[in-house]
Structure formats: structure tokens, C-alpha cells
Ligand binder design. Sequence first.
Ligand code: NOJ
Length: 514
Amino acid sequence: MAGDAAWWQGATLYQVYVRSWLDMNGDGYGDIRGITARLDYLSWLGIDGIWLSPTMPSADQDWGYDVCDYYGVHPDLGTLEELDKLIAEAGAHGIKILLDLAPNHTSSAHPWFTEAASGRDSPRRRWYVWADPGRDGGPPNNWLAATGEPAWQRDDASGQYYLHRFLPSQPDLNWRDPAVHEAFGDILRFWFDRGVTGFRVDAAHALYKDAGLRDDPPAPEGSGLDAEFGLLQSRSANQPETTGLFREWRAIADSYDPPRLLLGETWVGDLETMAGYHGGGDALQLTMNFPFFFAGFTARELSGIVAQTLAALPPGECPVWGASNHDISRFPSRWCGGDERKARLALLILAMLPGALIVYYGDEIAMPDVPVPPGLRRDQMTAGDQGRDHARTPMQWDGTSSGGFTAAGVRPWLPCGDTSRNVAAQHGQPGSVLRLCRDLLALRSAEHRGRIASYRQLPAPEEVWAFQAGQLRVTANMSDRPARVGPGGPVVASSSPGALQGATLAPWSGVITA
Ligand code: NOJ
């Protein structure tokens, strides 16, 4: 595929956490109309598509990831008509819309589950994963939920347990039942028919579980992200059948013109496993790279993951890079500790990596995590430390106390941070992070759009990451010391003015040369 058919190659996707973007109706929650209202901004920024965090009706135990109706729009966020309008107006701006689809589990308030829980003989019983108690009368096996608690909830009426990989109010669907496949095939078509460009597929690696529900083994040392709470998730997730399901969905996606896009939330540590979800180029087109998200901000770690990723992906498949999202801390805090030089450098590197890029709302102004006091936290999944709320606070549009997110006097659903770092101020300031990000995305678009640029790492001192991406050469000094770098061509962009003086690259800065 070439050109528009594979538009995601070299594209920039922008993740909007809808509740935190812009509140148009003064209820303290961002909404779909708020996204439509800021399409001019996103078009100015130079993105190709928006991934909307969950928009479907939900019981809000996990803010949209506990779906009650796969065919609707959450009333706090808007209406189906407003979403249709957003899709149409975004299209007129040349921007595509991806929705978030949560197929691993529903809400326990979804009518499917209510029916399934009504008794062992319910025709929908098989849609979820039920099992008899283990030998000791406790949970059927040792699987753990994302909270660290057993992943099984006892149903007193039937004496059986149901599986929930996340909260007890998020029962896992049983992908071994063909009726579940049929139901989701219909859901995909419903949204594709409405003009949705594709889906980010939640918990994509976890959809199938071991058929015999065998225990997860203890995690060997160095299992990284594949281990949680000391167990290797080799039976509760990452089953080979999952790729077969994605092949089914890909056939549906490819039956549309233009073909629709499937972007998997593949939360796996092993890059070969991640690459497996592409099948032979006939399953997911894009898989999120969590080892990259979680790597240290060093030349050695990041360049190592890029090399391993490119080696692992099947030929012609497109890598995806990103550094912040709603589940993990924002990169200006996590990677950069609030140091703007580092945030500028990170954006320069990200913009030039070959493949697709996901920018999280606020990345473009180097918005940091915002500590949320315990009494104001909204995330129930991760109770300890900061949880995930610190990466979900309202977009900082201007320097007012509500950051321009909602009307004066309205209490936002999560508190605003220090709004001195905001879009309005940076928009008007040449050389700001926002203006740099926009310039970098324009360069990216000119050089990478519609293809996966060739990538070659170049020899450089240990703390310098130098690579050739297509026609351009990137040199990034990821250290506190000035670095001597080889002669390059004319400077096309740099992370800050004067970063390169002769052959000396300033600490934590980078240049792009022709
Ligand atoms: C991954 C989502 O990104 C996260 O926010 C959610 O809590 C879980 N999946 C469960 O849906």
C-alpha cells in the first residue's frame, strides 16, 4: 500500500483525553463539542488524526473503559449527532478520527453482563469467563487483576467466579465464544459506516486467555513489563489465538475504502510478542510500543529499543512511538524532570523517528504531570502514589485559574495545574515549545508522510544518539556535557537556537541537518 491508503505511515496521531480537553457546557467535564471547537488549533499544529479516549456510555468506574453500550455516546461527553459532526468537520480539516474500543471487558452494568449473571443457564453466560471455585473453595486460579488483587469475583447466586482483569466492575468477555466475535464485528461496522477512521484497541494483548485457565507462572528475573505482581502473564494474556481475531477485524477494516485502521494497546514487554500482533501484515497495522514509553531518556536505551523494534516488525510494518498517555506519567515530567531543554530534545527525536507518532494532549507545550491531592483523585484503579490522575488534568489553554478549560466558577473534574505553561502564551511566542513542536511536525510531515522513512544509527559518542532518518540526520546530545559531533550538512531545525556551535552540541539539545 502506498500514499493515502497507508496514511498512518509517517503520520502524527494526537490523543485527546476527552474529559480533560475543553468543557463547552460548563459541567466541569470536557466534551465532544470542545474538540470540534479546537479543530483549527489541531490543524494548525499539523496532526493527521485524533484518537479520542473512550466516548461510549460508561459506568465511569474506569472513565469510559467500562462500557455500558457500544453503540452510543456518553451523555457527559455529548451526543451521537455531535460525534457525527466532529467526524465531518475534522474530515473537512483533513483530520481523521479514531475511537477507543474496549473489547476485553464490559461494565458489569452492561445488559450483556446482567443477563449473563442471571443464572448458569443464561444464553449469554458464555459471553463472559466463568469458572467454579478452586480446590480450596477460593478463586479458580492465581491470576491477578491490574489492582494486584485476585482477578476473580465470586458471584454468590451461582457460586461461580467471573474473571476481571481490571476492576471487579469490568468483567472480561470470553473471546472463545463465536457470538462475541459476531457482536464486535457488528460494532466495528457500525462505527466504520459512520466515518470513523479506526480504533485504538484497549488491552489488545489480553483478549484471549488460556483455554484451560492454568495458573500464570512466577516471573523470571528481567521479565519487565510482561510481569505483574511477580507473575508472568503468559496464560492470562498473550495467547496465540489473539492474532487470529485481529485478522478477522483486519478483513473488516480492509473491506472499507479507504481501509480502516487498527491500533493495538499492546502492553507487552517483549517486542517480538508485540510484533506478532501484526501477523504477517494482515492483523493490527499499528501496535503501541510500551518498552519505548518506559525506557530511560538515554541515547543507549532509546536507540536500543528502536533498533530492536525495527528488527522485530515484519517487513513493511509500521512502528509507533509515543512518550506520554493517560495511564503513565507525562514525558516532560518522567523523562525530563521539568527541564525544558530535555522536553524540546525529546520532541525533536520523536518527530524524526520513522513510522507513526502519537502525541498526547499537552505534549506540545511540554505540559507536566499535575499532582492531584488525594481528596480530588478520580482514578479507582491505582490507589497508591499518584495513580493516573496526574497525567489526566485539564488542557492548559490560557493562564487563568481554570486554564481556559472551563468557565470561571466551574469546578473542573480534575484540578488544573500551574497554568503559566499554556497554549495562548506559547502560541504568541516565537521559539516557544509549541512553536518548535509545530515546526517539527511540519518537517516530519514533509519528510515522512505516507511512508516509513529509512532509519540508520550513526556512530557517535556514547551519550549522543545520531541517526539518519530518510534524507535527514538527527544528532541528539543526551547528556549534561557539551558534545563534539561530526560535521553535518546545513541545520534544518534545532531544539533551541544556537544548540550547535561549530562542532559542539550543547547539553540536552539536538539538531536536524540535511
Ligand atoms: C487500558 C486503558 O488505557 C486504561 O486506562 C484502562 O484502565 C484499562 N485498559 C482497562 O480498560
